[in-house]
Design a binder for this molecule. Structure first.
Ligand code: KG4
Ligand code: ZN
Length: 326
């Protein structure tokens, strides 16, 4: 079964070719250089850039995998959540291909893609607790089987990645912010300053208080913050990381599940990976995290989820949804 997968949910145009759980190609055309000028994603520009890049990206995915359009068995495309204009570019292109080459088509939830990314090219094991930490989402799921997914908790305000991105922008550290904070924090002391960790009793997350603490900190130390930045960034990142680690381990314990799969762009973070590994070892939890190339947005994870599902019989009715939950 050869699947051509497409993801245009946010600001990266991606196409991948999956065959029997092997990733034959996974092309990601990044828009970082374009949006960094504005310090954040400009949705209109993201849509137009997807529109420019999508055909070449899909063609490259096919040629790298040495597969032709005719050889594809199924097309998988992200239907949401994400930026509506961006999603519509991928969906329109995928529908056009399905019509032209008479292929089956399936719409895939982007979060389900992230959720399963740690299992790409591996065997999926159930049950597991899945923590998805990206720029737009911070959610914990209990996964008992294929399509047996229960949302245990989510963020009440900002996502972890959003909190990192906004704070990095406040401190002029670069774009995307999470990656920039990862880089600067590596040279700093995470114990020098104290930032708040918000633990909510119902298992949900909150990051807006932490973001406000960063703003207050900037005001208080405006004259010397630049010189202390590695320590400030490391201490701030530590609060984000601790919040996520505490939440994930608590969910595993509460549900008595000993497998934790952590995914999404923020799961690329080195400090998060180190502290999660230590916490899981201490608590007898097996930890799975995606390879670096499957952490941020990519089409391979969309194709992988599609390999566990059928297809949409009524695919002409398939539509984009900005807020789709799993
Ligand atoms: O999964 P993703 O590519 O897109 C969404 O679906 O949102 O995640 C993007 C997020 C951004 O907030 C970005 O700053 C963050 O992932 N990110 C990181 C790192 N690399 C990307 N955060 C922390 N450390 C990193 N190394
Ligand atoms: Zn994503």
């Amino acid at each position: 079964m050869k699947i051509l997968a497409i993801d245009t949910s946010c600001d990266d145009t991606s196409a991948a070719l999956i065959a029997e759980n092997r990733v034959l190609s996974n092309i990601i055309s990044s828009q970082d250089a374009i949006h960094s000028r504005y310090g954040g994603i400009v949705p209109e520009i993201a849509s137009r850039t997807h529109f420019l890049n999508i055909a070449a990206t899909a063609k490259r995915a096919l040629s790298e995998a040495d597969v032709s359009f005719d050889d594809i068995d199924k097309i998988a495309v992200t239907k949401g959540p994400g930026l509506l204009g961006s999603l519509l570019v991928g969906l329109s292109y995928a529908k056009g291909l399905a019509y032209r080459f008479k292929k089956r088509l399936i719409g895939i939830n982007h979060l389900e893609g992230h959720l399963y990314a740690p299992f790409i090219e591996k065997e999926v094991k159930y049950p597991f607790i899945g923590l998805v930490v990206s720029g737009g989402h911070t959610s914990i799921y209990k996964v008992l089987g294929n399509e047996k997914i229960e949302l245990l908790g989510t963020t009440r305000d900002d996502a972890a990645g959003e909190c990192l991105d906004k704070t990095a922008r406040l401190w002029n550290l670069g774009y995307p912010g999470g990656k920039a904070i990862d880089r600067v924090a590596a040279k700093g002391d995470p114990g020098r300053f104290s930032f708040p960790r918000t633990a909510l009793a119902d298992g949900s997350f909150s990051f807006s208080g932490l973001k406000t603490a960063a703003i207050m900190f900037s005001k208080k130390y405006s004259d010397k913050i630049k010189d202390m930045m590695p320590d400030v960034a490391a201490s701030f990142l530590e609060a984000v990381v601790d919040t996520l680690v505490i939440g994930a381990v608590a969910a595993c314990k509460a549900e008595k599940i000993e497998l934790l799969a952590v995914s999404g762009g923020v799961s690329a973070n080195r400090r998060l990976r180190t502290k999660l590994s230590a916490a899981c070892r201490e608590n007898g939890i097996e930890l799975l995290m995606p390879e670096a190339r499957f952490t941020t947005d990519n089409a391979a994870m969309i194709g992988f989820v599609a390999s566990m599902k059928g297809y949409d019989k009524n695919w002409t009715r398939l539509n984009a949804s900005a807020v789709a939950s799993i």
